[in-house]
Design a protein around this ligand. Structure first.
Ligand code: APR
Length: 189
């Protein structure tokens, strides 16, 4: 079963896999503030995309948590990479929720500036940064809904959340269905 909703002419869906393989207008990287690459999805993107991405990151310098910067996608099939810096989970009392929400707001803002029609987004902060997966998925879907509610006619026609494993997929799907309960449109694969 594919987790999918349509809302105001934008499709929101969930796929399980490696985001570096997604041939979309923009993929999002879960970067860190120094933009020098690391493990997880960040490591995979730099390894598969080649040194051109890191060179551009070095020229940009750094990026505060909650914000994002853009580079080309090097050898990846996507066109742009939006490097978003999520919060490191520190127990929940260090504005982590607000910072993750700001991160998604800035991703959508940046995507609009780039005229992105299809974006793929990983589960930011839920790996090395230890943000609880359910809370993170709820923020992702709430921010998506708020963005689409605020737009008269969003350029974004498709938002794909990419889960690396089955647990993450199920968590994202639950929160998608929770936040977009009325616009039911499911396909059997
Ligand atoms: N495609 C899609 N999702 C992936 C991939 C991939 N190739 N690799 C990992 N993931 C998933 C993880 O399973 C997790 O659910 O992305 C989510 C985010 O995990 P991390 O990549 O660890 O990112 P984050 O928690 O935001 O931590 C960021 O990790 O490697 C460093 O430089 C990075 O310091 C930064 C920190």
């Amino acid at each position: 079963m594919l987790g999918l909703r349509r809302y105001k002419r934008t499709q929101i869906d969930i796929w399980q896999g490696d985001i570096t393989k997604f041939a979309v207008d923009a993929i999002v990287n879960a970067a860190d503030a120094s933009l020098i690459g690391g493990g997880g999805v960040d490591g995979d993107i730099h390894a598969a995309g080649g040194p051109e991405i890191l060179e551009q990151c070095r020229r940009i310098g750094k990026c505060e948590p909650g914000f994002c910067v853009t580079t080309s996608a090097g050898r990846l099939p996507a066109r742009h990479i939006i490097h978003a810096v999520g919060p490191l989970w520190q127990g929940g009392s260090s504005h982590e929720t607000a910072t993750l929400r700001l991160c998604y707001e800035n991703i959508f803002k940046t995507a609009a500036q780039l005229d992105v029609r299809h974006i793929s987004i990983p589960a930011i902060s839920t790996g090395a940064y230890k943000f609880p997966a359910t809370a993170a998925a709820e923020i992702a879907m709430t921010a998506t809904r708020a963005y689409l509610d605020a737009e008269q006619s969003a350029a974004l026609k498709r938002i794909t959340f990419v889960a690396f494993d089955g647990d993450s997929y199920r968590t994202l799907q639950e929160q998608l269905f929770e936040r977009f309960p009325d616009e039911i449109d499911e396909f059997d694969l």
